[in-house]
Design a protein around this ligand. Sequence first.
Ligand SMILES: Nc1ncnc2c1ncn2[C@@H]1O[C@H](COP(=O)(O)OP(=O)(O)OP(=O)(O)O)[C@@H](O)[C@H]1O
Ligand SMILES: [Mg+2]
Length: 603
Amino acid sequence: MPRPAAARQIPRSIRSPPAPRLTGPTAPPPAATRMPEFQTQCANLLKARFPLLYLSTWEEERALAAIRAIAQDPALIKTPRTVYVWKQTTGLSADGRPGREETRAPVKALEVVEQTDEPALFVFLDFHAFFGGPGGRAADPAVVRKVRDLVPALKNARSPKNVIFLSPTLVIPPELQKDVTILDFDLPTFEDIKQVLDAMIAANRQSGRIAIELADEDAERLAKAATGLTLQEAENAFARAMVQDGRLDAGDLEVVLEEKRQTIKKSGILEFVSSDVDMASVGGLENLKRWLKRRDKSWLDAARRYALPAPKGVLITGVPGCGKSLLAKAVSASWGLPLLRLDIGKIFHGLIGSSEENMRTAIRTAEAIAPCILWIDEIEKGFSAVGGGNDGGTSTRIFGTFLTWMQEKQAPVFVVATANNIDGLPPELLRKGRFDEIFFVDLPTRAERVQIFRLHMTRRLADATLIDGFALDDATFSALAAATEGFIGAEIEQIVISALFEAYFEDRAVRLDDLLHAVQNTVPLAVTQSEQIRAIRDWANVRAVAATPREHREGYAEPAAAPASAAATSPASAAAALAGADVSADPSAVDVASARGGRTVDF
Ligand SMILES: Nc1ncnc2c1ncn2[C@@H]1O[C@H](COP(=O)(O)OP(=O)(O)OP(=O)(O)O)[C@@H](O)[C@H]1O
Ligand SMILES: [Mg+2]
């Protein structure tokens, strides 16, 4: 599809801040971009005579172009409509003709809507100003009332008519909640962005001001890197890449990515996480790793041949400090997909926008960036208030938005959610069809502790002169694993660090004793939080799959039969004896350390 908008050229002098939009009043409007989903959805709502639609987007011009395209397309909408646009500055006008002066008053404009007797679409820009706002701004009661009065008139009019509110922010006064349908305007597709880039390249090639040294696949990579941005933001990112050194080449990928990171960060809800953690940096949890491995590449076209649905995601619950967050990061690196972190707390308590809008923005951005991993850390913090809240049902509604999305999403956005406190999780979230699987990460077993010690010790003791009297071999790791029954991964890492501190302080190499000493000085979480661990395990035994495979749980009591007496010969008591740790003092702690939870379903 041709893009008539003038492409942006980079002048000799470097501008900052970004250049003014070229799509100003004199520039031709941008072509409606291809967005079949939005088009059909919007057209269906219009045909079905939904009286009031609300589109929240910064991309006013692109949205207007899309609406105009729908209104003129008989294949989509049956009866083509005249599109009227209302702005406070110009009043209600069609086809760029100036409107009548008096329609600048919102109530007057709504009266015209009521009286118009032709198939029409009325787009009101920035009407949120009359709907009140999060900052305590009051709604205009006369306007709100007039909009309500309009609803039956629109529904029963002889000619089809609808009103669309188009604003950068979503504000719906309570009186209108039931009458307004929120419509999501998708971010530009890869193709849209590629067109902008191509146009910019062509324009700057002609002018010769910027050296363009870009192979076709590099251009594609640049455009791909800008997905998730609005067209304007993408254009700014490319412009920045060009002016930085007067050339556009493959090396600019990082500039575009950085610009995107910034832009997404500014939205305040999502954050790009660049992580170098791969699966090999996570000790144990082999069952979960295997399950994930089977889902790698499932977003590729090749998977369609098998008619596979796009994987929805995984919920990882468990004991704190045992590698849940670590694993979420590792999925991204091992699948080679970008990792977006969603801060669920900020959705509800963010300073920007309404909670509902925040959730929609986050989803939309993740879908535009897809394929990607959406990591929701500590999901319970956001959703546990659902149902019991006194926030006028906001959290319930947002939760509903999220659930519906999880259920229906087609875009390859793989959700990795983690939770410690499962009490708060609403049962709907756990229903089949939301997450593909729920895993439980328990205290690492002895076999897993061997791996965790190996990981942290080989990483931190890479310099052989730092080691005194022991080797980085299985015998050492096994001895340490035996001495640390009931320890979590984070405690194991801390033990290695403390030993290093000790040695550094005394200006010598690390001895095995330093490590064992640190073990003795640690009161593990399994002791201080044994009740909580027991509770979460009880929960998980019915609902979640053990992240640890059976072969690594040998010697531990299985969920159904975890007898208190198992302590006598369990690895726990052996370890406690070896380490002389506190574990032996508390029989209930030994019990916690000698069993492992979660259903055994090995993949
Ligand atoms: N299985 C493991 N393998 C390697 N290191 C681990 C493992 N588990 C924990 N660690 C170490 O402990 C640190 C904390 O782990 P992580 O943040 O993944 O825990 P978590 O399960 O997300 O805990 P929380 O519930 O408190 O968020 C990690 O950065 C890592 O160094
Ligand atoms: Mg965590």
